[in-house]
Design a binder for this molecule. Structure first.
Ligand SMILES: [Zn+2]
Length: 89
């Protein structure tokens, strides 16, 4: 098997930057597993593929995965990475 030219585009590591960046929010949230676990449970898609937690009173919800869901997932990932780092080495 030969190596294709596609695929590995390198990983993005953003440290600092805009204070509004989701990744930095996720990094902070990673330290609070209770918070992102709750978000992961609450922000699930309904039958129409919209977030059932972000639904407004008018009935039109944010498309799932919503931004909160994505941040929570990112937080979980970071959390597990940190765990792996702490235990693995
Ligand atoms: Zn949501």
């Amino acid at each position: 098997m030969t190596r294709g030219s596609t695929g590995d585009r390198g990983h993005r590591v953003s440290v600092g930057g805009a204070d509004n960046e989701p990744s930095s929010m996720a990094a902070e949230m990673a330290a609070m597993p209770v918070v992102w676990r709750r978000l992961l449970v609450a922000h699930v898609p309904d039958r129409l593929g919209r977030c059932s937690a972000c639904r407004t009173s008018s009935g039109s919800g944010e498309r799932w995965p919503c931004s909160l869901r994505r941040i929570a997932e990112e937080a979980e990932r970071i959390y597990e990475l940190e765990l792996g780092r702490a235990v693995g080495e």
